[in-house]
Design a binder for this molecule. Structure first.
Ligand SMILES: Nc1nc2c(c(=O)[nH]1)N[C@H]1C(S)=C(S)[C@@H](COP(=O)(O)OP(=O)(O)OC[C@H]3O[C@@H](n4cnc5c(N)ncnc54)[C@H](O)[C@@H]3O)O[C@H]1N2
Ligand code: MOO
Length: 427
């Protein structure tokens, strides 16, 4: 196959960074309830303490801890109850020596008190007295002012993807709108004369369009916005027109099919027909997914993903997603792990990926000189987690559906031995 300009994963990642990562990305300010999954543009400093008053974390009696020292089941301490805290109000009574104030969970800690005894360790003793059966340590059952978040603290870093818990931090601080990076606009173009829309029954020789759905899903899961997902025939002019339209409103164009060097594989020729275009790579030293085109038209990054559904997904995960993350301002982690062993890889996982360590259930072969991606299913066997290779042709979509994740075998590695610990990057 006459692919030229074949680059390794490390090389293409570097080229992509050099070509596309510019300094400032567009931002927008959104109400907090629309910011889930978006990437915070700037560091956020707490303007107040959370909580901004000391609170009880249990239902019980606010006390001075030293008044309870030595209290036990057989020799309780006795305290006078001088009041009760109302939720949503500051404590109306201070606690002095020998006194206690009832406080519900989350209620304000009265002045003078430094601990709360849980109600189950007390007993009413008549005449406004309680018996305390257990000693309390200072600050026991108390969340002090600023314990959760301290004023002046950098609570969130720019580049953080906002998960539900980050929205929680922002709400605790009363931040009701946030500045986030604008999502990347993406066009998904699936090519092939044999591909039919999924509502059609394919005739012999035809197949339904899988890639539009898998690639759209991958883009959306990575925080991008799909402007269009269209099917295009294997026709130079039709493909050129589709790409011309896509680059008017997209930051990233993802073609699939036609990236090889067959007679009707137009991707590379169409890209080259645009002014100010550049082929960064045609062919990657990656398995699967070797016939990939990586290019630039103006400031738009254009990928010709392999037509095989599993390969197209894999190339997206390995090459496109790290770029997409970078371009949307996600945390400045390195785009590629330089790791040569799995131990190192475990320490430098790629962007926004989650991984687990597991033992390889069998020997896994690798393609010499290429980065090999091996799909695996995870299985628990007698309390140990195993990565079981999922084998099949890269045209099989069920292969991806059976896989929980994949392992990345570096070009210098010969393969994986049975029982060797591997890092499984989860889908
Ligand atoms: N002589 C050689 N032929 C091929 C080589 C090679 O090294 N030498 N590499 C093979 C590999 S590996 C791949 S991957 C494919 C990639 O080729 P293309 O990117 O040009 O893709 P197509 O030929 O158009 O399609 C390949 C395959 O995928 C199916 N396909 C395409 N689009 C979709 C879609 N949207 N939904 C579902 N399936 C799709 C298509 O029907 C083909 O079966 O090249 C090999 N050939
Ligand atoms: O490399 Mo192809 O992308 O195996 O299917």
């Amino acid at each position: 196959m006459d692919l030229f300009n074949v680059l390794t994963l490390t090389e293409i990642t570097k080229r992509l960074e050099d070509t596309f990562i510019s300094s400032l990305l567009p931002t927008e300010t959104l109400p907090l309830n629309q910011a889930l999954g978006r990437i915070l543009a700037d560091d956020l400093t707490a303007a107040e303490d959370v909580p901004h008053f000391s609170r009880s974390v249990v239902d019980g009696y606010a006390v001075r801890a030293k008044d309870t020292f030595g209290a036990s089941e057989s020799i309780p301490g006795f305290l006078s109850v001088v009041g009760a805290v109302e939720m949503g109000h500051p404590a109306a009574h201070a606690v002095r020596a020998g006194e206690a104030v009832y406080v519900p969970t989350g209620g304000a800690l009265p002045e003078g008190a430094d601990a709360v005894v849980m109600i189950e360790y007390t007993e009413p003793f008549g005449a406004g007295q309680i018996a305390v059966h257990r000693p309390s340590a200072p600050l026991e059952n108390v969340m002090s002012k600023g314990d959760d978040i301290t004023v002046g603290e950098t609570v969130l870093r720019g580049g953080t993807r906002l998960r539900p818990q980050e929205l929680g931090v922002l709400s605790a601080l009363g931040v009701n709108s946030v500045t986030v990076f604008a999502p990347l606009q993406v066009s998904v173009l699936s090519t092939g004369d044999e591909i039919v829309p999924i509502h059609e029954k394919p005739a012999a020789g035809q197949i339904r369009d899988i890639n539009s759905y898998t690639i759209t899903g991958l883009v959306e899961a990575a925080g991008g916005r799909v402007r269009r997902a269209s099917l295009v025939k294997d026709d130079f002019d039709a493909l050129k027109a589709a790409v011309a339209e896509a680059i008017t409103d997209s930051d990233l164009v993802l073609l699939s099919g036609g990236s090889s060097v067959g007679e009707k594989d137009y991707t590379q020729r169409v890209i080259q027909a645009f002014e100010d275009s550049e082929i960064l790579a045609h062919g990657l030293a990656i398995k699967p997914g070797k016939p990939t085109v990586v290019a630039r038209i103006g400031r738009v990054s254009v990928f010709g993903l392999p037509g095989q559904p599993a390969s197209a997904m894999m190339i997206f995960k390995a090459v496109v997603e790290p770029l997409l993350q970078k371009l949307t301002g996600a945390n400045a982690l390195p785009m590629v792990s330089q790791a040569t062993t799995n131990q190192e890889a475990a320490l430098s996982p790629s962007l926004s990926t989650r991984s687990v360590l597991a033992a390889a259930s069998s020997k896994i072969h690798a393609a010499p000189g290429r980065t090999t991606f091996q799909m695996v299913a995870l299985e628990m066997r007698s309390g140990e987690l195993f990565a079981v290779p999922v084998h099949g042709k890269s045209g099989m979509i069920s292969l991806m559906s059976r896989a929980d994740g994949y392992i990345q075998i570096e070009p210098a590695q010969e393969g994986i031995l049975q029982n060797q610990t591997v890092q499984v990057i989860l889908f």
